[in-house]
Design a binder for this molecule. Structure first.
Ligand code: THU
Length: 162
């Protein structure tokens, strides 16, 4: 017998950051401003994220590239390293992500790469609290996604290790 399952998720698309609550708008503005701190001389693609933690703290991360290309780290995992190192298991409630390409426009959201989805998924599971994502360019629409689970169906986790 064959079974078929369907995966679907819903997310919000806001026209721009003005449609966000003040605290979310401020977090997105911080992510946008923090793109200046990215070190991306090879790709020219400056990514930054800003997290609001359950204890009220705000933490940022940026991509940090390397002349040995695969050594570079994405903004999201740089942020997770900072949160994991400085705050023990403090849940991330909201994570705003933005980007600034040196040559090109930034007026539509981009979403985290697969490796970062895996890393965010583990942090979400570890803390037992969904990470809400705000995705947006330097201007334009904002995607609001409720949990990393929505971006990584059938995720691999510690439960699969034997
Ligand atoms: N990058 C991120 O920082 N986050 C993502 O989710 C996608 C890609 C970085 C990696 C690399 O430094 C540059 O963007 C171009 O891929």
């Amino acid at each position: 017998m064959m079974q078929e399952k369907k995966f679907q998720f819903s997310y919000k698309i806001l026209e721009d950051s003005h449609a966000l609550a003040d605290e979310d708008a401020a977090l997105l503005e911080l992510a946008r401003a923090t793109t200046q701190k990215a070190y991306a001389p090879y790709s020219g693609f400056h990514v930054a994220c800003a997290a609001k933690l359950a204890n009220g703290s705000t933490v940022v991360g940026t991509n940090q590239e390397n002349a040995s290309y695969p050594v570079g780290i994405c903004a999201e995992r740089a942020l997770l390293a900072a949160v994991g190192s400085g705050y023990n298991d403090e849940p991330i409630l909201t994570l705003a992500i933005s980007y600034h390409p040196v040559n090109g426009s930034s007026n539509r959201p981009v979403s985290p790469c697969g490796m970062c989805r895996q890393a965010l998924s583990e942090y979400e599971k570890r803390t037992g609290t969904p990470i809400r994502l705000l995705l947006s360019g330097m201007e334009g629409p904002v995607y609001v996604i409720n949990t990393i689970k929505d971006l990584l169906p059938l995720a691999f986790s510690e439960d699969d290790l034997c």
